[in-house]
Design a protein around this ligand. Sequence first.
Ligand code: PFF
Length: 444
Amino acid sequence: MTAPRAQWGSKVGFILAAAGSAVGLGNLWKFPYVAGENGGGVFILAYLVCVIFVGVPLMAGEIIIGRATQKSPVGAIQALTHKGSFWTSFGWLSVAAASSLLSYYSVIAGWAMYYAYLAVTGGLTTAGTVYGDVFSQTVASGGLSLSWHLAFMGLTIAVVLGGVSNGLDRWSRILMPSLLVMLAGLVVRSYFLEGFSAGLDFSVGIRPEEFAASSMLAALGQAFFSLSIGMGTMLTYGSYLKRDDDIMGSTLQICALDTIVALLACLVIFPIIFTYPELSPAQGPGLLFASIPTGMSQMPFAGLLMTVFFFLLVFAALTSAISLLEVPVSFLIDRFGWERRKAAAVAGTAIFLYGVPSALGGVEGGAFFGFLDQLDYIVSNFMFPLGGIGLSLFVGWRMPDEIRHDHFLSGSKFKVFYNVWLTLLRFVVPFGIAVVFLNAIGVV
Ligand code: PFF
């Protein structure tokens, strides 16, 4: 006898957990600088198009596979096809992709945790601190990166150990609202800075001349990463969903929340950058870990601001990390009948070890130099797109129509969009992703 499938405590629990998966470092760090580099407002428009025409349909599709089968990716696809079916490889790919992404996501989140610790203990506000140096020293110190990677993975495992309602649901309900309050507070603070209008103009001002063909691809890639699709996380979260929840309605709410957070992040970050002339917007990872503290250190209540900012980052990263760990964990539970405790401990430890080369890879000249970047390259350019194409084609063409139709319609206010949704999923989504993929490997 297998235990009945765990379920979300309520619809809100599911929406907050899925939005928690979506809202992460991608919103707070990547979105602002990618938007800034690709024409600001024009990029944001392109991004919205990608979210609506590619992100929303695929997210709903993933959730439908999960809810229809009540299983994690591999078992879910098998249940809808047959054992040994070619389509199952996309389930395996999800498990590999989520584990790979988490291995280095946790290293970056570990840096944010270390900064949060420094902020609380006053270590970030010592006079004369050069934040660029603090960041390069953190990255270059294998021991430091490794210890904080361990701490962050430990937290992630602790939440996942609690299970769906006591772990994922409960913590998302605590972390997500706190995150929104902290973000709103920081937006208000930025509003009173001298650089607010310059920052606003940089992030949303329309600059078509800076928008290139590559910007469209950047928008699509960003939408994918930010919405957590193509990795089996939404599928797995959907497998804990009750039968009568409106999937399209929830998907729209999750995508809207994710997009709002990305836009608000721009309103926090760029006003700070434009208030202090020594800072520049195109800084990559340094944007968060060097530029922002440099700016904040010159404001009143610097310690408090930095504490809020880095806690915000840690909370956002944690709700994303738990969704990533849940993919291999639910796979181990479904496939081998393991208890959740064992599955979380084994998968979490294995992923921690997988992240060791990324944590040690900042040491120039060391054996793993650049490992994190290389793994990120593989995950973003190969695993994400292949997973996305596979899942969209699967739902669009292979999944039995009655099941697909039934789950789209059940409890839904969006019934009339069924055919539009299916057409997007069959043609637009795979085509769009294929273009990004071919571009990444240099074919187009
Ligand atoms: N959406 C997360 C972010 O924006 O940081 C990253 C992510 C989490 C991607 C979970 C994929 C995923 F399955």
